[in-house]
Design a protein around this ligand. Sequence first.
Ligand SMILES: Nc1ncnc2c1ncn2[C@@H]1O[C@H](COP(=O)(O)OP(=O)(O)OP(=O)(O)O)[C@@H](O)[C@H]1O
Length: 265
Amino acid sequence: MSQPIDLVRLDQINVLFDHNHVLQNVNLTLHKDCITTLIGPNGAGKTTLVRIVLGLIKPTSGSVWLQPNLRVGYMPQKLHIDRTFPLTVKRFLQTARVKDALKMQKALDDVSAGHLMNHSIHDLSGGENQRVMLARALLREPELLVLDEPVQGVDINGQVELYDLIASIRKKRGCGVLMISHDLHLVMSSTDHVVCLNHHICCSGHPEHVSNDPSFIELFGPQGAASMALYNHHHNHQHDTHGDVIADHPHPEEAPREVQTECKH
Ligand SMILES: Nc1ncnc2c1ncn2[C@@H]1O[C@H](COP(=O)(O)OP(=O)(O)OP(=O)(O)O)[C@@H](O)[C@H]1O
């Protein structure tokens, strides 16, 4: 297997909001042609980590390296557009500052939404809405696609389709993908690398390399753990109510660091 190409390298990232230590010594490498999925409980720092990658916030300490001139496509969690503001899909796509009609049509076609070009953005179903958002993120032919909970507001069948679509986009374009997901059981089959974040990186690796572990239940609850049959959480520590490490490794820096793994293609 060829050596993976790094797109982003985060080294020993710490983020403090006032006294809230949201990210603690986080190391993360994103590769070309690889889907990395960030999982973790609410408030674990997932969006903060994504915002670091996007350059929207600077870490309190640590270094961020991006491949020079890296083109990044971003799909936010949710767009709130007032219904009284008339907006077609076409006009929405143009907000990505790409006016080329052919490019816009191709981006929509790539997400199987080519027929929606002249529809009102307000009349789209949950799944159609997410596809249009994805098309917008694809417009600038990103080398890294960043997706914040891409299947939010989509029914279960639509969720499976969207994850499949993301996997096929990665395959077709060879881009790197970083996504946040809460749909542990669904995302497992369409990701290469899972990073479990709870302020620090609890564990990471190929989904199939992990199996049931009692400590996972501690983090996600019995239901979450049960729904993720493939996922094995190599926890060797416990968390207090703030997500801080309290056992085995009293200091987060002693908790397992990110494991560098190659993507399966
Ligand atoms: N700009 C900010 N200023 C102060 N605190 C912030 C800021 N951004 C995030 N936080 C806090 O940092 C913590 C982590 O937030 P973040 O949104 O990164 O978590 P998350 O894992 O994405 O959560 P969720 O799954 O609920 O979306 C939260 O306690 C949040 O309130």
